[in-house]
Design a protein around this ligand. Structure first.
Ligand code: GBH
Length: 492
């Protein structure tokens, strides 16, 4: 598959967006400055100081609240046209609700957008990248249907404030990761551990909140601002553990249906709603478990309509691949769980490079397959924008593994575009700089710029992957020989 030397035969089309991504909670710090309100992640980290392996919090993080000009300087150095960031909801609405707007928080984003505008860098803004105002959590967070209204109120404030300069919006980042890890398990804040129950409520109301905000923009803001709005979904690729086994091939498809199509079908399919196979499995297992009704909530006919077509693009975050075989569920299957509902056992090929986080290994063809799977299911009319893709390691400026990852993954994306006819219109590298990597604290690194977390200046230094990405942006091609690891260094 693909190249590992020379210059890519394909190049990025002229109007193809090349950008770089971050998220507010992971970089901003200043958690209680400038009138900001508490988010679920602040509260969770303060109450569980040993949650991360380095006992860290995001109280300061990369200090982007004070150092946003440094961020813009390095974004400019990369030469990218677009910067994807998220707004911290509780920075502009400290209580979550829109009855009080925090002028200082508004000014922060206004300053950032002004600074970007000076250099012709377009912001792409995510409204919700997991940092829910704590006040809402006390009311049940996303399991509360009223959240749909509150999210709409917040979005209206954001569109009114920034709609003049922000022309690409994403409503929600990765509903699946947020609800599974935060509401299903204790992996992320708010750590509800409402496995197979609360997580589906969270998914359900997040999807409805997304649709509500899509239509708000479409109706009230698009006519004057002419922007685009969509959602970002996460997708690992699922390959069968043993491709010759029917049951492993089925397990892989089931994984994709449960973890990607469960979110994508309601929005992008012609018929709308949760996929029939997902509905059937969760209904059946719920019944066997003695539930009086399905743990997967139902949309009304009106809601199905509201969701259908409610995204101008398919925002895709892709990182890695897992291998699938059916799980037997002998033990404990009566306990409701989305993993039992999916019914697969995950592994990764030990031959794949594993440069960092436990869940992360490198298999570039999985990216092309993911893009093709989406295209086969939902067609080419709605463009795919890759809103995140990047590599985890444990640090170092000479990040050859990351250089190689970006080259190979981006090349697979070019193949999906040019050889398979997939409609991909943008790509954002995750992430601009080392940041607070949720459960992994500052141990797992994704940055193309190094951040010195021991210096008060939080100095940003380009890694080799930043130089390599800059060259890709400049030439709009991939040169596999631009940065070559020394023969002695291990390379991926
Ligand atoms: C993205 O999530 C996030 O959008 C971003 O904020 C984050 O920094 C980036 O990825 C890197 O992680 O339960 O075994 O899968 C991607 C999905 C979600 C992958 C949490 C790792 C935890 C381990 N990530 N998941 S596992």
């Amino acid at each position: 598959y693909g190249l590992d030397s020379g210059l890519s035969n394909y190049s990025f089309p002229e109007n193809f967006i090349l950008g770089v991504s971050t998220a507010a909670f992971q970089i901003e710090g200043a958690w209680n400055e400038g009138g900001r309100g508490e988010s679920i992640w602040d509260k969770f980290l303060h109450e569980h100081p040993t949650y991360t392996p380095d006992n860290s919090s995001a109280d300061v993080a990369a200090d982007s609240y004070h150092r946003f000009k440094d961020d813009v300087r390095i974004i400019r150095d990369l030469g990218v046209s677009t910067y994807r960031l998220s707004i911290s909801w509780s920075r502009i609405l400290p209580n979550g609700t829109d009855n009080y707007i925090n002028a200082e928080g508004v000014q922060y984003y206004r300053n950032l957008f002004d600074e970007l505008a000076k250099y012709n860098i377009t912001p792409m803004v995510t409204l919700f990248h997991w940092d829910l105002p704590q006040m809402f959590m006390d009311l049940g967070g996303w399991t509360n249907p009223e959240m749909v209204d509150y999210f709409e109120d917040y979005a209206r404030v954001a569109f009114n404030l920034f709609g003049d300069v922000v022309k690409i919006w994403t409503t929600i980042n990765e509903p699946h990761q947020h609800c599974y890890n935060g509401y299903g398990t204790d992996y992320f804040a708010p750590a509800l551990e409402s496995y197979g129950v609360g997580e589906y409520l969270c998914d359900h109301y997040i999807l409805l909140a997304h649709a509500r905000v899509y239509h708000l923009y479409d109706r009230e803001f698009r006519p004057k601002y002419k922007g685009k709005i969509g959602i970002t979904l996460d997708a690992f690729w699922a390959d069968p553990l043993d491709p010759t086994k029917e049951e492993d091939r089925e397990a892989a498809e089931r994984y994709m249906m449960m973890n990607l199509a469960r979110y994508a079908n309601p929005i992008y399919s012609a018929e709308g709603d949760y996929p029939a196979v997902v509905r059937a499995r969760i209904n059946t297992i719920s019944q066997l478990q003695g539930f009086p009704r399905s743990r997967l909530p139902y949309f009304t006919a009106q809601e199905i309509e509201d969701l259908r077509g409610s995204s101008d693009f398919f925002g895709l975050n892709h990182y890695t691949t897992f291998l699938m075989t059916p799980s037997r569920m002998e033990k404990g299957w009566r306990v409701p769980s989305s993993d039992h509902d999916t019914g697969v056992r995950l592994s990764q090929n030990p031959a794949w490079p594993k440069p960092g986080a436990e869940w992360f290994s490198v298999y570039p063809p999985g990216f092309r397959k993911t893009i093709n799977w989406i295209t086969q299911k939902y067609g080419t009319k709605v463009p795919i924008i890759v809103t995140e893709n990047g590599l985890s390691d444990f640090g170092g400026i000479k990040d050859y593994a990351r250089v190689s990852y970006f080259n190979k993954y981006m090349y697979q994306m070019l193949l999906a575009m040019y050889e398979d006819g997939c409609n991909v219109q943008g790509y954002f590298a995750w992430t601009l700089m080392d940041d607070f990597e949720w459960k992994d604290g500052y141990v797992s690194k994704f940055g193309i710029y190094h951040v010195d977390f021991t210096s008060p200046e939080r100095t940003r230094t380009p890694k080799l992957s930043a130089l390599n990405y800059r060259e890709i942006v400049r030439t709009r091609r991939i040169n596999f020989d631009y940065i070559v690891p020394p023969k002695t260094a291990s390379s991926n």
